[in-house]
Ligand binder design. Structure first.
Ligand SMILES: [Zn+2]
Length: 255
């Protein structure tokens, strides 16, 4: 198991101020840190990507403060629901130099306080459509997926790694699987009825990460009871990271 909690510790609130640069990955690895709820920090040699960060629902735990986000970081917002977009914290991170990407409702919520040069609106036309942008060290492709009035899932290509964040997408069959093949990491919430089991078996990511987990659900998962309640069989072993935990992905061949 190539996971560890090195770098961040759940019982040390000071880690909230740890600069992201301290996590810099070498050329052969990608570092994934859980930030709480659907939030993850992904660091490669030349990119720092934050997915729906700064939502912390577990009392006393703050894996990453907005002030720790450096000017080479990019924040991807899937949609503007309050458990995915912390407007105040994202504004603070943008004031420290981060660039923010998201669909129109999220961009509108930020636009009064974030300069336009730091905001990138990604709005594919319809469900199934795509739009892309280059950010520091990475290429981001937004896929319009199904949830709320405007929801993006994201493919991120960075230093030869490919990761996909499916956010709160309710229908995995709206995604073109050929466009998201050979993933090193998939971030997915196992919504019932979303077709997620078939989706994972179809695209065969090297690793898939559970997200949108409560502490109660983590405890159920530890007992082996969480996923069996949701599906008749589990497609590969998921990675379950509590807020602050780190997982290192070594370069390798897709399955
Ligand atoms: Zn939502």
């Amino acid at each position: 198991m190539n996971s560890s909690s090195a770098g961040f510790r759940r019982d040390n609130n000071k880690t909230g101020d740890l600069p992201i640069e301290n996590l810099a990955a070498d050329t052969a690895s990608l570092r994934v840190t859980a930030l709480g709820n659907a939030g993850f920090l992904i660091v490669s040699r030349s990119a720092s990507i934050l997915l729906d960060p700064f939502i912390q629902l577990v009392p006393g735990v703050q894996p990453l403060g907005a002030a720790a986000v450096g000017k080479n970081s990019s924040i991807l917002v899937t949609h503007d629901h309050c458990d995915h977009l912390n407007v105040r914290a994202v504004i603070e991170a943008a004031s420290c130099g981060a660039v923010v990407l998201g669909p129109e409702p999220a961009v509108r919520a930020l636009s009064r306080h974030v300069p336009s040069r730091s905001l990138i609106q990604l709005d594919p036309d319809d469900v199934g459509g795509r739009a892309d942008a280059d950010v520091v060290g990475a290429r981001v492709t937004a896929f319009r997926t199904s949830h709320s009035r405007a929801h993006n899932s994201y493919l991120v290509e960075l230093d030869g790694f490919r990761v996909f964040d499916d956010g709160d997408n309710e229908h995995t069959n709206c995604l073109d699987r050929s466009a998201i093949r050979e993933l090193d990491a998939l971030f997915l919430c196992p919504w019932q009825g979303s077709g997620w089991v078939d989706f994972i078996e179809g695209i065969k990511p090297r690793h898939w990460f559970l997200m949108h987990m409560t502490e109660v659900e983590f405890a159920e998962h530890d007992r082996g009871r969480f996923l069996p309640e949701l599906c008749d069989h589990i497609p590969m072993n998921p990675v379950a990271l509590r807020p602050g935990a780190l997982f290192t992905i070594a370069r390798g061949q897709a399955a």
